[in-house]
Design a protein around this ligand. Structure first.
Ligand code: ZN
Length: 194
C-alpha cells in the first residue's frame, strides 16, 4: 500500500484524485529537502502529515519540527532556531474557492463547510495536485518569529545578550563611549522569584 501511493502520488505532489476519503498519512522525508533547504538552509526537519479530501478541497493536518541556523536580527551571528508548527489548513481549488456572501460583510474566500477537522488557515491550489513541500515550508514560515536574537536562542546564557549587543555596536560603528543605555540601571535586575 505504501509503495502504491508513493509511486502514484510522486511526492511531494499529492494528486487530488488519489487521496482516499479515509485520508492519507505522509511521513515528511527527503522529498521536502530541496524546498526546506532553499528556505532555511542546511537544516534538519521531520514530521507527519495527514491529507484528507472533502470534495475538491484538501485538508492537511499534522506536526512538523525544524532545527536550522539563522542570522541574529541584531548582530548577524549565526544562531540556532527551532520551530514546531502544528498544521491545520484547507486548500481549495482556485476556481472553486467559496466566496463570502455580502451578508458576511467581508470579501475574500471563506472556509468550506463541513470539513472533517477544524482548520486554522485556508489556502489555494490548482485543484489537480497539492505540493506538500510548499505546505511544509509555508508552515515553517508562518511559525518563524519576526525577530530572533542571540538572547532568544540562548535564554539561559547571561553572556549571550551582552555579547550580542557588543557585536551590534561594533557593526553599527558606535563609539566605545556611547551614551549609557537607559536600561543600564536594570542590568543587574532580576524578577523576584514567585
Ligand atoms: Zn545577536
Amino acid at each position: 500500500m505504501l509503495d502504491f501511493w508513493w509511486f502514484t502520488l510522486a511526492l511531494p505532489l499529492v494528486q487530488t484524485d488519489a487521496v482516499p476519503t479515509s485520508g492519507l498519512d505522509v511521513v515528511v522525508g527527503a522529498w521536502a529537502k530541496e524546498a526546506v533547504t532553499a528556505a532555511f538552509g542546511e537544516s534538519s526537519y521531520a514530521g507527519n502529515l495527514r491529507v484528507m479530501r472533502k470534495g475538491p478541497h484538501l485538508v492537511v493536518t499534522g506536526d512538523l519540527t525544524l532545527s536550522c541556523t539563522v542570522a541574529c536580527d541584531r548582530c548577524t551571528a549565526a544562531i540556532p532556531l527551532s520551530l514546531a508548527p502544528q498544521v491545520a489548513c484547507v486548500y481549495s481549488p482556485i476556481s472553486k474557492v467559496p466566496e463570502r456572501t455580502e451578508d458576511d460583510g467581508a470579501a475574500g474566500p471563506a472556509f468550506p463547510q463541513d470539513l472533517p477537522v477544524a482548520v486554522e488557515d485556508a489556502g489555494e491550489y490548482d485543484g489537480v495536485a497539492l505540493d506538500l513541500a510548499d505546505v511544509v515550508v509555508e508552515s515553517f514560515e508562518v511559525e518563524r518569529p519576526a525577530r530572533w536574537l542571540c538572547g532568544d536562542a540562548f535564554p539561559d546564557d547571561a553572556q549571550a545578550d551582552s555579547a550580542c549587543a557588543a557585536r551590534w555596536r561594533a557593526l553599527s560603528g558606535a563609539s566605545e563611549v556611547a551614551a549609557p543605555s537607559p536600561f543600564a540601571a536594570l542590568a543587574g535586575w532580576k524578577p523576584a522569584e514567585s
